[in-house]
Ligand binder design. Structure first.
Ligand code: NAD
Length: 261
C-alpha cells in the first residue's frame, strides 16, 4: 500500500515521553511538524520535559488500561485526532534468572508488554478514524537479537513486543488498514533507564543487579535525538523495522524476509 504522509497539523502521542528515547521521539516529531503529547508516570520529569518542549504532558501509567484510555481521550479532546502513537514506556530489572522473582517478571511484563497492548487498544480505533493514514510505533529492543545476560524478563518482554508488532502489521495490512506499524529496536541509547531499577517496589526480595548495557561490548551508545530522526523517517516510509545500530541490519533483513514470505 502506498501512502503520502504529511506530518504538519497532525498529532503524535509518546508514552515514556518525559526522558530518554521518548523525549527524542517527541523532539523529532515536533521538528517534523506534529503537535505532540507526551505521557509518563513520572510527574516531575513530565512537567519539566513538557515545559522544555512546549507540549502537552499527560500523567499516564501505561500498566493501567483506564489511564491509557484517558490519555487517548485527552489527546482527541485537545487536538481532535491522533495520527502517531509511540508506545515507548519501558523499564528493566537486571539480574540472573535464578535470582529474579515473580514480582520482577510481573512488573517488567506489565510495563513493557501490557503497556504496549493498552496503547494499541486505546489508540488503534482513533488512528483508524483518520481518512488518510495513522501509525503505531512500538519500542522493542536490540537485546532480542543479542540476548545479553541478566535481562531475561526485559528481553522476553521486548521479544513479545517485536512479535506482536509483526502480527499486528500483518493483520492491518490484510484488512487494508491505512494504519502502519513500526517496531523500534534501540541498541544502546543514552537515557535514564537504569533509574527504573530504583523505582520498582522492592517486594520480591530477589535483589537487583546493575549491569551496564555497554558491558555487552557490542554496542556503541547513540543519542535519543538520532533515534527520533530514524523513527520519523520510518513513519514517513511506512517501514516495519527500525534498528538503531547498522551492524544488526543483516539480522533484521533476514527476519523481514521471513515475516513477509
Ligand atoms: P528512560 O528511563 O529514560 O525512559 C523511560 C520512560 O518511561 C521514563 O520517563 C519512565 O518514567 C517512563 N515509564 C516507566 N514506567 C512507566 C509507566 N508505567 N507508565 C508510563 N511511563 C512509564 O529509558 P529509555 O532508555 O529512554 O527507554 C525508552 C524505551 O526504550 C523503553 O521501552 C526501553 O526499554 C527501550 N530501550 C532502551 C534502550 C537504551 O539503551 N536506552 C535500549 C533498548 C530499548
Amino acid at each position: 500500500m502506498t501512502r503520502t504522509v504529511e506530518f504538519a497539523g497532525t498529532t503524535a502521542v509518546v508514552t515514556g515521553g518525559a526522558s530518554g528515547i521518548g523525549r527524542g521521539l517527541a523532539r523529532a516529531l515536533l521538528g517534523a511538524g506534529c503537535r505532540v503529547v507526551i505521557a509518563d508516570v513520572d510527574e516531575a520529569a513530565l512537567a519539566t520535559t513538557a515545559r522544555e518542549l512546549g507540549v502537552l504532558g499527560v500523567r499516564t501509567d501505561v500498566t493501567d488500561p483506564d489511564s491509557v484510555a484517558a490519555l487517548a481521550d485527552r489527546a482527541v479532546a485537545e487536538y481532535g485526532e491522533v495520527h502517531v502513537v509511540c508506545n515507548n514506556a519501558g523499564v528493566g530489572p537486571f539480574g540472573p534468572v535464578s535470582r529474579l522473582g515473580l514480582d520482577d517478571w510481573r512488573w517488567v511484563l506489565d510495563v513493557n508488554l501490557h503497556g504496549v497492548v493498552h496503547g494499541i487498544s486505546a489508540f488503534l480505533p482513533v488512528l483508524e478514524r483518520n481518512p488518510d493514514w495513522g501509525h503505531i510505533v512500538n519500542t522493542s529492543s536490540m537485546s532480542v537479537l543479542v540476548t545479553p545476560p541478566n535481562v531475561a524478563p526485559y528481553v522476553a518482554s521486548k521479544a513479545a513486543v517485536l512479535a506482536m508488532s509483526e502480527v499486528l502489521a500483518a493483520e492491518l495490512a490484510e484488512a487494508g488498514s491505512r494504519v502502519g506499524v513500526t517496531v523500534l529496536l534501540p541498541g544502546a541509547v543514552h537515557s535514564n533507564i537504569k533509574a527504573s531499577l530504583r523505582s520498582r517496589p522492592a517486594t520480591s526480595g530477589s535483589g537487583l543487579y546493575d549491569v551496564d548495557l555497554a558491558e555487552t561490548g557490542r554496542l556503541r551508545f547513540i543519542e535519543p535525538d538520532e533515534v527520533g530522526a530514524m523513527v520519523v523517517d520510518a513513519v514517513r516510509d511506512d517501514e516495519l523495522y527500525v534498528l538503531t545500530h547498522g551492524e544488526f541490519r543483516d539480522q533484521a533483513a533476514a527476519r523481514a524476509a521471513r515475516v513477509q514470505a
